[in-house]
Ligand binder design. Structure first.
Ligand code: ADP
Length: 384
């Protein structure tokens, strides 16, 4: 019979933000001791981790020295030093996701090539070396509007993305190596989180739908399950499973998808780690995304991903006009509502649109929880 030995319960996490915090919380149910590396001494995980190392997860030596002490390592942010992880993997450390997968995902150009090579649906694209090359293509009428420019290297929360609809948007063009994608006519933005363990078994959470804040480029409401047909749900799940299998990855992969107005499903991008489109799984599903990742790492059977209830997730963002030490207005009123679960991330300082927490609202009646979510959004405010 398989035993869960004490020696197996040490886990390194690169990144000490809110996703790490929730992973530590899930791990503590099974006595997993988490060791965290993050450059911010005030990171969400700083006072929760079994040990906290203050240092850069982008620096070779820091990551290597951190990882050398541990047998298994995971991450909550993908912009970490892959070379150090590759070295650690060669030395026999188990790393989730595998560094080879990370090397592809870190670079949006390589990611797009990967989809093309593996026959996974994504929008048409081309590579551009520089802003000058892009301007030349436009001037020579070799590139027509609209299009989307994405820098190949590090971007998040829409920061390395420019939507160029006409000449008037040219001042938004980004510098550096990038990809140019067709502007997709999006009906809905969807996400599926898929897990795969060492035996190759996979499990997908139900597909969710994301509604974005019009200016902040952050998810405002997330609905679980998504309002899509059974065929669309199955198509999204098939794509997610094919994707994690093509990567030959163990761990969890969040697959962000576009459902187009013509009914196609395209991959936008993937994240090989817990993801904000899975926050609600803590309360709304039999297994949370964090427990599912731990099950992959600890070689335990994958848990049921079935939903217990309908869920809406609302991000708690720093209110506009406030910067400084965070205070939470309206918390008692929100906590008085049935089915409301508030998660604050322990960030000391707020600023406009900073992700300070999230709230999951669950219930059996979707309309009712949508109304509660609107109430939370209007009443829970992060001020300074
Ligand atoms: P990030 O990695 O910074 O989150 P994404 O690639 O997810 O950036 O893009 C951010 C948002 O920009 C998406 O959620 C979507 O709303 C929009 N977007 C990205 N690519 C396209 C595209 N090809 N067509 C239309 N909209 C897009």
């Amino acid at each position: 019979m398989q035993t869960l030995d004490n020696s197996k319960l040490e886990l390194g996490i690169l990144g000490g933000g809110q996703l790490g915090k929730m992973l530590i919380e899930a791990g503590s149910d099974w006595n997993v001791r988490c060791h965290v590396l993050d450059p911010d001494p005030e990171a969400s995980c700083a006072h929760l981790a079994h040990t906290f190392v203050c240092g850069s997860f982008k620096d070779y030596d820091t990551v290597y020295q951190f990882g050398k002490q541990l047998d298994q390592i995971t991450l909550e942010i993908e912009h970490v030093h892959v070379g150090a992880l590759m070295q650690l993997e060669q030395e026999g450390k188990r790393i989730y996701p595998q560094p080879g997968v990370l090397a592809v995902i870190q670079d949006k150009g390589k990611q797009k090539m990967f989809y093309e090579d593996n026959d996974l649906p994504t929008s048409a694209f081309q590579f551009i070396d520089s802003k000058e090359e892009l301007i030349k293509l436009i001037e020579e009428d070799k590139l027509s509007f609209p299009f989307v420019q994405k820098t190949c290297a590090a971007g998040y929360d829409g920061k390395g993305v420019a939507v160029i609809r006409s000449k008037a948007d040219l001042d938004k063009l980004l510098d550096g190596e990038s990809i140019i994608e067709d502007l997709v006519d999006i009906e809905k933005e969807l996400s599926v989180i898929v897990a795969r363990n060492a035996k190759g078994a996979t499990a997908c959470f139900p597909v969710v739908e994301m509604e974005f804040h019009p200016t902040a480029n952050l998810v405002e409401f997330l609905l679980s399950p998504a309002h899509i047909t059974a065929q669309q749900e199955q198509a999204a799940i098939d794509i997610a499973v094919r994707c994690i299998e093509a990567f030959d990855m163990q761990g969890i992969l969040a697959v962000e998808l576009f459902l187009t107005r013509s009914g196609e499903i395209l991959i936008n991008e993937v994240a090989p780690r817990p993801h904000n489109s899975g926050h609600h799984t803590i309360e709304a599903n039999y297994t949370s995304q964090y427990q599912q990742l731990l099950r992959c790492i600890l070689d335990l059977p994958l848990g049921s991903t079935a939903a217990r209830a309908h869920a809406v997730m609302v991000n708690v963002l720093g209110a506009e006009g406030y910067a400084g030490e965070a205070r939470y207005a309206g918390l008692p009123e929100c906590l008085a509502v049935e089915g409301v679960y508030v998660h604050l991330y322990g960030k000391k300082m707020t600023k406009p649109f900073r992700k300070m927490g999230h709230v999951t609202i669950i219930g059996q009646n979707e309309q009712v929880i949508r109304e509660k979510a609107a109430f939370i959004k209007d009443n829970l405010r992060v001020i300074a």
